[in-house]
Design a protein around this ligand. Structure first.
Ligand SMILES: Cc1cc2nc3c(=O)[nH]c(=O)nc-3n(C[C@H](O)[C@H](O)[C@H](O)COP(=O)(O)OP(=O)(O)OC[C@H]3O[C@@H](n4cnc5c(N)ncnc54)[C@H](O)[C@@H]3O)c2cc1C
Length: 549
């Protein structure tokens, strides 16, 4: 069923001229043929649908779940509480302002006053590193106390250079792909080498001396990416780049109303433009022909097939291959590596360092993420063990946006979102429940180390009296969202430009959304430049279709 608030209500959308069909009913008969069928109603699929319907094309979106949004949803996770958590993804950086303006999206993103806080225990003394947003005197003093002025100077120099790259790359994300050479020519040679040519660990170790500072820098390379900082594939460098280029600033902002409000706005924009959206419609096959394809799905009412001139796949490339009739290939299946925990608290816990919790939890609070700890955790996980000290980070959404709390706001409650690193799906295969319990225990222990009172004592209780804590390992993400292997980006990220000698003959290749089939394009996270809640892949696939006609 549709979760209230996750998608626009059918009647709202009908009034605006579109057609939103909540699960297929006997009266909701799709046309026999569409210009475009979008497989998967994640936020990217909705962006494609909105652009294409606005251009006058007939568009059908098919979503297997009872609501749209994929990993960008709000949900009431705890019985007896009003609070609507961003259940999976939670912060927005990469959605271009231009895209939001194009589609007249009613989305509010609010800044966090704290960028990050990293509690430390040095010689048993509690302390911490505070990075404000924007950085001011307290940030400088915090660096000075922990590791000295030189380290802060190195920090400022590094991020100024990274901004130079962001300012070049960000405006290209909604255009046909630049080549690597185009971008390289416009970027300082040293930072290019550090970010694009050599494993990022080398630059971090050369530029910074302090283990904690090195770790704070490194985490952006490892969110949703299982790698050593010295991995020769450079997948960690690509992950880092995506985390720093959003809108040219790399700022991660809080979606007011939770992630569901982003999806609500996109679904409304698509439906307003005339796109048809069917939820509860799991696509089981795509058969391609010379001038289009047939798409088959199953709903409560049985099997349905429509024809389309183009099919856009909002699902992961690995899933798409199965829908196209290829056998499941375990060898190429992505492997997700994160532990997500949602918590509801009666009160924010106090920290041993004495910092005001409303400052510390407003931004990203790093736990067991010193550089040496990150590398150790990677090595342990790569050897098949849940890391003994689990690296991760927490953040409190409700400090920046209490609107998600509903009636719980009056009770003084707060949400807490934990995102753990280096927990690949393979760790949970033999004993999912046991390994998950161990990972959750270690995640909470990494927080408790820095608290005056254990986090368990702050947890609210649900209607059944259970603590309000919901944990998702990669297997849960796959079961909930059909993200293969629970990989949050549908697969490893690619550089946001084309290799210098890449073939860029077709619009699909030029926009980085090709699949090898003329009439089937990627519009989801697995497209080049697709990772994260950005809508970029959806925009680019729509433009490739329009340029192909
Ligand atoms: C735990 C977690 C935390 C994250 N945190 C952040 C964050 O804070 N910020 C950020 O920017 N990104 C974050 N991400 C990544 C981000 O959420 C994804 O990159 C993004 O949601 C991808 O959007 P999408 O529309 O491409 O795909 P999805 O969101 O995966 O949507 C694909 C849709 O296709 C549907 N589908 C699948 N198979 C079929 C089928 N056979 N038939 C019909 N429909 C089908 C799915 O149900 C789903 O609705 C996070 C992801 C996770 C899982």
């Amino acid at each position: 069923m549709r979760s209230p608030g996750v998608s626009p209500s059918p009647s709202d959308v009908d009034r605006q001229g579109g057609r939103y069909v909540e699960e297929m009913s006997a009266t909701a008969t799709p046309r026999p043929h569409y210009d475009v069928v979008v497989v998967g109603g994640g936020h990217n699929g909705l962006v494609s649908a909105a652009y294409l319907a606005r251009a006058g094309l007939t568009v059908l979106v098919l979503e297997r779940l009872g609501h749209t949004g994929g990993a960008a949803v709000s949900a009431p996770a705890f019985s007896g509480h009003d609070v609507r958590l961003s259940r999976y993804s939670y912060l927005v950086s990469l959605m271009p302002e231009a895209l939001m303006a194009d589609l007249d999206l009613d989305i509010r993103l609010t800044s966090r006053s704290t960028a990050s806080y990293t509690p430390t225990l040095r010689d048993g003394e509690p302390g911490g590193l505070l990075v404000q947003r924007p950085e001011r005197g307290k940030t400088r003093r915090s660096f000075r106390r922990l590791c000295g002025d030189d380290e802060y100077a190195a920090w400022q120099a590094f991020y100024t250079e990274v901004s130079g790259v962001a300012e070049v790359v960000a405006p290209s994300l909604l255009t046909p792909l630049p080549t690597e050479r185009d971008v390289r020519e416009r970027v300082d040679a040293q930072i290019w080498q550090d970010l694009v040519e050599r494993p990022l660990g080398e630059a971090v170790e050369r530029r910074f001396a302090d283990d904690t500072v090195r770790g704070v820098v490194a985490t952006d390379a490892l969110i949703g990416t299982f790698a050593s900082m010295h991995d020769p594939s450079l997948v960690q460098n690509r992950c880092f780049l995506y985390h720093l280029i959003g809108n040219g600033t790399g700022e991660w902002r809080v979606p007011v109303g939770g992630m569901g409000s982003v999806t609500d706005a996109l679904a409304a924009a698509a439906a307003r433009a005339g796109a048809e959206i069917i939820t509860g419609a799991g696509v089981s096959a795509i058969r391609t022909g010379a001038d289009g394809a047939e798409v088959t799905w199953h709903s409560r009412n049985g099997e349905h097939t429509v024809a389309a001139s183009y099919v856009l796949a909002g699902v992961a490339p690995w899933v798409l291959r199965i829908l196209l009739g290829e056998p499941e290939d375990p060898a190429t299946k992505p492997v997700g590596a994160q532990l997500k925990i949602n918590l509801l608290l009666d009160r924010l816990p106090r920290l041993r360092s004495g910092i005001d919790p409303t400052t510390a939890f407003a931004g990203t609070l790093h736990l067991a993420e010193d550089y040496s700890e990150l590398e150790r955790a990677y090595a342990e996980a790569a050897a098949g063990a849940v890391p003994s000290r689990l690296p991760g980070e927490v953040y409190c959404h409700s400090l920046s946006d209490p609107s998600i709390l509903g009636a719980d706001a009056a009770e003084g409650r707060h949400t807490l979102t934990y995102f753990g690193l280096h927990t690949p799906a393979t760790l949970f295969e033999a004993d999912p429940a046991g390994a998950k319990a161990l990972a959750v225990e270690r995640a909470l222990a990494s927080l408790d180390e820095h608290l005056v009172e254990p986090i368990a004592s702050c947890l609210s209780r649900d209607a059944e009296g259970n603590p309000c804590l919901e944990a998702k390992i990669p297997q849960d993400i796959e079961a909930d969202l059909a993200m293969p292997g629970g990989h949050i980006f549908h697969g490893d990220l690619e550089w946001p430009w084309a290799p210098t000698r890449a073939r860029l003959d077709t619009p699909a290749q030029q926009w980085g959304v090709q699949t090898g089939l003329d009439r089937v394009l990627l519009c989801g996270s697995g497209a080049r430049r697709g990772g994260a809640v950005s809508g970029i892949a959806g925009h680019n696939a729509a433009h490739a279709v329009l340029a192909s006609r």
